[in-house]
Design a protein around this ligand. Sequence first.
Ligand code: G
Ligand code: G
Ligand code: MN
Length: 777
Amino acid sequence: MRARPGRRLLPARTGGGLPGRLAALICAAAMAVGLLLAIGHFGAGLDEGLRAWRDRLHPRAASGRNVLVEIDERSIVALHRWPWPRSLHGRAVTALRALGARTIAFDVDFSSPSDAGEDAAFAAAIARPGAPVVLPTLRQQVSQSAGTLVESLPIPVLRAHALLASVNISGGANGFVTSYPYGVTIARAPRPSVGALLAGAGGRSGVEFPIDGAIEPASIPHISFVDLLRGRVPRDRIAGRNVLIGATAIELGDRYPMARFGFLPGATIQLLASESLIGGSSPTNRGSLPPLLLLAPALLLAARGRGWRRNLGFGLAGAGLFLAPLALEVAKLGTVEVAPALAALLVAVTCSAIASALLAIREARLVDADTQLPNDRALASALRRDQPGRTLVAVKIDGFGEVVAVLGHEAAAGLVRRVAQRLQLAAAGAIYRIEPGVLAWTGTIAGDADTIEAAAAMLAKPVQLEDRRLELTVGFGVAPAERGGRAAIGNATMAARGALARNLRWLRYDEAQLEASDWRLRLAEELDQAMATGAIWVAYQPKLDLRTRSVRAAEALVRWRHPNRGDLPPDAFIPALEELGRIADLTLHVMTRALRDQHALDRAGHPIDVAVNLSANLLDDAAFLSALEQLIAEERATPSRLTLEVTETMALLDSDRALAALNRLHGLGVHISIDDYGTGQSTLSYLKRLPAREVKVDKSFVLELDRSRSDQAMVRSTVALAHELGFEVVAEGIENEASLELLASYGCDMAQGFHISRPVPLPQLVAFLGRDRSVAA
Ligand code: G
Ligand code: G
Ligand code: MN
């Protein structure tokens, strides 16, 4: 014996980690989605939102080098009207120069003329020496339909002594302002933006830079226009600084949305842009590829991890996508767009969750839930991978169905686990549970004989299960494995069944099949002929009424005098005919014989009942039941004088159709008898569900009745309980007078056995009945 203790029963399970190739595939798909989003700039809105969120985490103050002069609500109220006469702007310029401003810029539209005197006054102020004045230009379309852009400039008289700068602001993906141009080029003329000009930044015209959303708008120094005019602004607030004059009053419009702040006045945004350049904090946008590429290996690692490792991996990757841009921005190293990477992460998380759920389901499909042993599906797929020369060995536990019925599902599974553990000591590799009562493993042609001997030795000792010791009977079957998993499983199981049926330790599939199919084919061919020639005939065994001591009935028992094989016992052909579907023919044949013989007995002056045996599986056969009804009519039989003996089997107990069939027969007036009572699992009270009149105590309890106290106890109590439930009781297998008298003392109704008469041909029965009559008389 080759004992290898301590080996595991189950092949290692993957426990939820994805195989490398699948993980790689998922990551590739996630990357593809990310790249598509990156190329299409989808998710820009999300990135704006994320950046606004990050900006909020590290706010910074403006440089103070730019001052906003607000045309605010208070100024408009104080100066009584709007638009203001342009001489007021001239006075502002003069005042600011007097306070030492460096540059004076306007974000006010001067593109159309107003009162000529006012325009002249403003122009004169601009023209005076001092800090330069910057006037705004606006790029616009010629009309809604025409695509041509034109630049609207301040009127000539104003712009004669002024610098010009563009004040265009445009929204991004979501309409939010996120970036700002260094300058614009209209009709090949480059023009700096006000923001760039005030920051003193060289204008790469047409290029935009991101506005640093971390700068707090409120930190930009600001004064009210009216305070400036009225001389209420101290010099130190203006001296050496740039000034932008623009509208902040809500009624003047000119407001744009920013993701972090909501609507801001255009002038404020111009200054935020300028501050971004001054602080060197306009982050270089490094795009969405860097985060995507850095994410790829992290995803691959995480997807291959199992359980919490995977969750942690994905979680860290996600956190990285939120925090890394923040770190970059705080360190003024630029910014990145993470929306495509986030989408890729989402795809990877979702796909790997789905994939591992599907894998878990597939894994569960490969395991027998009751025993945790790998099941027939696992074996079939293992065999697909196996090389030629392998065999499959199956071991069938005899009567496993009854173990389940008696001990219950749980205990039966426990038994199978015990058996598997013992087999594991003999067989290499995994032990599979391929049917409830059949285990299997893969072997080799050369090694199987030894392995099976070892396995049989392991199973020879009884199995202790709870408080019972179970003696196991097993049969081994061997089949070549290369014909494919399913076929091999079926073949090995069939061979194991064949081994049990022939009382052999083991059987190879080919032998099992050849012998079985050969014999079965001949049997099927011979049946019709045997019925026609009388080789199949019927013997009768009397049933003695223990009260009247006269024969009340006889059981018909089929006999086959085979030309080559001699007398075949019913066990040798009835199970085969059942499997071949020919048992109905045989039964109708026996029934016909019995009913005709009953008429003969009547004529001979012995009007006894007859009993015929019925395979339980015929109760599922509607055609048979109809044929039976027809036969009873044709033979002019009296149904109440016919008893059908049905063996107590699981099939009989489980099937509603069987119950329906019995009820139908009962309806015809035929008596039903439960045969071989005590060998199955049912209780009398359960049998009470059936429309049976009679219970036949199996001969195994009767043969040694006179010697066995336990048999006596069993039979006596059975008779008592059966009577209580309204059954008549027949005992079969009475081989001596002592048993007969014991049964009579128990009140048993009828007796059958060799002591009374063996099963005999009709003429002998007639002779027996004649003697019996004379005895009784
Ligand atoms: O004594 P004997 O060896 O004849 O009986 C063996 C078994 O064969 C018994 O269990 C009996 O019920 C069964 N048997 C005998 N005749 C028939 C028959 O005609 N039909 C069926 N189904 N079983 C039968
Ligand atoms: O259908 P059932 O299982 O009841 O069939 C009765 C079987 O019992 C038949 O095989 C019959 O030959 C057998 N039998 C009947 N009486 C006796 C007996 O006294 N002793 C033995 N050993 N067998 C009997
Ligand atoms: Mn019987």
